[in-house]
Design a protein around this ligand. Structure first.
Ligand code: UGA
Length: 443
């Protein structure tokens, strides 16, 4: 099939590559010309494991191309995906200007019957506006331009794997013809046993926000329990293991730590709350989820204060700057929230990340960025593990300690072996776990 994809961000680019990989002819468009030019030269705009090779293969095989001319992605296509950004306004409301522009552009360039698919995460009810826009721009194609919602559930850092092996495919709409087009589009996945869930369009839109908000809720619930564990002497790792063994709860998203970040969970939580309010349903649980997430940063700050005493004038090293491992994305990264809090309290902050150092420094110019964890530790009174990168599990603690002004370690992701840290002479603090040693005196 001929497929157009508008927006070459995380979702758009992975959609391009995955649909090309199952044999479709895909044309990707982005309003950012420099991004399109980079993609034409097969340069990835972000770090995502496996995506570069898959992109190379699909472009070389002639299944995938990129264009800075929107007509090139829309004219003659069977399906066009809207994968543009839906950032948050200051109020928490999703900014849907890019979605409106995409709908208008698609309508203008459509040459005949076309299935238009919302893949961007949008508030429930957006489809009504998109449908009106399509009809207003092209009254001649009413009935031929059919709208569906097909939210994406991929995770950054394993986006290609998620796109190629989805847990479910969700399609919302009302047109039997459009549903049939989507079944043809996703046939290889459906034949491999991936469940297809077909709903009305508003339920599909709402399901995406509902899923992300629930994941955020699970994390905040765990972090609230972590505070309770700290107060009572219990261990959140043990509590989460017990809870996760119940299949009604499940073991995932029960990791206590600095909380959730990234471009999806915080933004979607805020947009979902805003939408509920607009619809006249108060949903205070959502605000509480966000509050507990901010509290997690404060909990880490308290631990830093506990081990270094006065933060002002101290050097603190943050290991991991991206919002989660295997990505260079620092948007709404808890590590950067912690960096800002430390800087506000007068610390000098240095960070290390395997791939996100430059992006972090762009966000926080006062942040020093080191080439490796040991360089970051130089002269630091405290090291804080902020992101659960695998390579941080292998830290040589003695080498780290030798470079530091004082051996203090706050494990913001419960990543390290606390006993080994203590054996290496560290004062070690984890999140929601009993303190193994008393705080060492300030340097
Ligand atoms: C999230 C959802 O997991 C995807 O299903 C969804 O498709 C995507 O948003 C989206 O809307 O596009 P993503 O933002 O890539 O995916 O990241 P997650 O893996 O959900 O992690 C989010 C944050 O939660 C990270 O900062 C991570 O460190 C944190 N987290 C995750 C925890 O603090 N504890 C956990 O137990 C799990």
């Amino acid at each position: 099939m001929i497929v157009g994809v508008l927006g070459a961000g995380h979702v758009g680019l992975v959609t391009c590559v995955s649909l090309a990989s199952i044999g479709h002819h895909v044309s990707g468009y982005d309003i950012d010309r420099s991004k399109v030019e980079a993609l034409m030269e097969r340069r990835m705009p972000f770090h995502e494991p496996g995506l570069q090779d898959a992109l190379d293969a699909q472009v070389a095989g002639g299944h995938l191309s990129f264009t800075d001319d929107i007509a090139g992605a829309v004219a003659g296509a069977d399906v066009v995906f809207i994968c543009v950004g839906t950032p948050t306004r200051a109020s928490g409301q999703a900014n849907l200007l890019a979605v409106e522009r995409a709908a208008r552009d698609i309508a203008k360039e459509a040459t005949g019957p076309l299935v238009v698919v919302e893949k961007s995460t949008v508030p429930a009810g957006t489809s009504t506006h998109v449908e009106r826009t399509l009809a207003r721009e092209r009254p001649d194609l009413v009935g031929s331009l059919e709208l569906l919602s097909n939210p994406e559930f991929l995770r950054e850092g394993r986006a290609l794997e998620d796109a190629m092996h989805p847990e479910r495919i969700l399609v919302g709409g009302s047109s039997p013809r459009a549903f049939e087009v989507m079944r043809r589009l996703y046939r290889p996945f459906l034949d491999a046993g991936v469940p297809l869930i077909e709903t009305d369009i508003t339920s599909a839109e709402l399901s995406k926000h509902a899923s992300n908000a629930f994941l955020a809720l699970k994390i905040s619930y765990t972090n609230a329990l972590a505070r309770l564990c700290e107060a009572s002497g219990a261990d959140i790792e043990a509590v989460a293991r017990v809870m996760g063994a119940d299949p009604r709860i499940g073991p995932e998203f029960l990791a206590a730590g600095l909380g959730f970040g990234g471009y999806c969970l915080p933004k979607d939580l805020a947009a979902f709350e805003h939408m509920s309010e607009r619809l006249g349903y108060a949903f205070p649980m959502l605000a509480e989820v966000a509050r507990i997430n901010e509290e997690a940063i404060q909990a880490a700050m308290s631990k830093v204060r506990d081990v270094v005493w006065n933060v002002e004038g101290k050097r603190v090293a943050l290991l991991g700057l991206s919002f989660k491992p295997d990505t260079d994305d620092v948007r709404f990264s808890p590590a950067l929230a912690l960096a800002r809090a430390l800087i506000a309290e007068g610390a000098s902050v240095v960070g290390f990340d395997p791939v996100a150092g430059d992006a972090a420094q762009d966000e926080i110019p006062e942040l020093d960025v080191a080439a490796d964890p040991y360089e970051a530790a130089e002269g630091a009174s405290c090291v804080v593990v902020c992101t659960a990168w695998d390579e941080l599990r292998e830290l040589d603690l003695d080498q780290l300690g030798t470079r530091m002004a004082a051996r203090n370690l706050v494990d913001g992701r419960n990543l390290l072996d606390g006993t080994a840290a203590i054996a290496a002479g560290f004062t070690y603090r984890a999140m929601g776990r009993p303190d193994p040693t008393p705080a060492s005196p300030p340097p």
